[in-house]
Design a protein around this ligand. Structure first.
Ligand SMILES: [Zn+2]
Length: 346
């Protein structure tokens, strides 16, 4: 057991959180959420716990939108103390229904990263197509073979559905973008299903009107590409179209202003060395990954994020800095892409 873990055990969880909060006072923590629901759904955030978290942040930390944090740093030359940023990915409508009223109630800013083609209702977010497909069937009649991919037959129910979902998502993520879409279409045709033309209610995006309203009330609307590909599996010119196209649509629909950016999927394999430069060239003030490691927020174009949701233990680890301190003590670095590598001293 490391010294920090021993200290936390001695102090008890609350003492450990307080200690981490002090150690990390100059290191903002960026929290990551995706979907919200009531009643609760596994791995999503529900209003009951989200409200407890927002209240805790309001009472114990200084909260910023991500662009607000970057502007503070520009003005003062350093990050604010005890800063926490709430970020939410993708642009689902449930943010507007469940999270936004709570953020307004406590006057806590946040950043919502939106995929512009999704808000324009030109596309579904592709993982939702897999969820939808698996909800349409109660059995996979025969083994599905698509190229090297092979998925067994059998019943699709409460127990087996997550297994199929994970297998199909993992394979999709390994493919270049056009092949991924073709793979999902082939899955549908093997199951004899046709995707509805309009996005089903449970996968709906926010509207531009709702985004405008939220933008006027302390919610930054950040960029999350046009079609949500893994930017690690597209060419540089496609990445440019995704990043600049997203920026242009946001500026057209919501007005020209400083914003930040979020890399789709955001895992180490979704990155290429040219991406931070493109994001900067497009004028975004900062950008975030979807995983935490020892770098924290040292590189403004590759700031790490901490998971949050209904698990209050994970929330306290993320928000207090316990997770960040642990990663630093273990020198846990999951990705080294930019000049910050040289300056990272452990
Ligand atoms: Zn996303």
């Amino acid at each position: 057991m490391g010294l920090f873990s021993k200290t936390i055990r001695t102090l008890g969880p609350w003492g450990g959180y307080q200690l981490a909060r002090q150690i990390c006072r100059n290191q903002p923590r960026i929290l990551m959420y995706h979907r919200f629901s009531n009643p609760p759904v596994k791995d999503w955030a529900s209003p009951k716990y989200f409200e407890q978290q927002v209240r805790h942040i309001k009472e114990n930390y200084n909260s910023y939108s991500l662009v607000g944090l970057m502007q503070y740093k520009r003005e003062h030359g350093h990050m604010p103390r005890h800063a926490v940023v709430i970020t939410v990915d993708d642009g689902y409508r449930d943010f507007y229904h469940y999270a936004y009223p709570i953020l307004r109630k406590y006057q806590v800013p946040a950043t919502l990263f939106v995929t512009t083609g999704f808000v324009d209702r030109k596309l579904w977010l592709w993982p939702d197509k897999i969820t939808w497909l698996l909800n349409q069937v109660d059995r996979i009649p025969e083994t599905i073979k698509i190229g090297a991919f092979c998925s067994g037959s059998g019943p699709v129910n409460f127990e087996t559905r997550p297994f199929y979902w994970q297998q199909w998502i993992t394979h999709s993520l390994s493919l270049p973008d056009p092949e991924k879409h073709s793979f999902i279409d082939q899955l549908a045709s093997k199951l004899g299903k046709v995707f509805p033309l309009s996005i089903p209610h449970e996968f709906e995006p926010v509207t531009w009107g709702e985004l405008l309203e939220m933008q006027d009330n302390e919610i930054e609307i950040g960029g999350h590409t046009v079609t949500h590909p893994s930017l690690g599996r597209v060419t540089e010119s496609q990445a440019r179209e995704e990043i600049f196209g997203c920026r242009d649509t946001l500026n057209e629909r919501l007005g020209d202003r400083y914003r930040t950016f979020c890399y789709p999927n955001g895992q180490p394999s979704d990155f290429r060395a040219f991406l931070p430069g493109l994001v900067q060239e497009a004028g975004f003030l900062g950008a975030v990954t979807a995983f935490p490691d020892a770098y924290g927020t040292r590189d403004p174009l590759l700031m790490r994020r901490h998971v949050s949701g209904d698990d209050m233990f994970q929330f306290f680890k993320s928000v207090s800095g316990v997770e960040l301190v642990g990663l630093r003590l273990r020198k846990d670095v999951r990705m080294s892409l930019s000049g910050v590598v040289a300056s990272y001293a452990g």
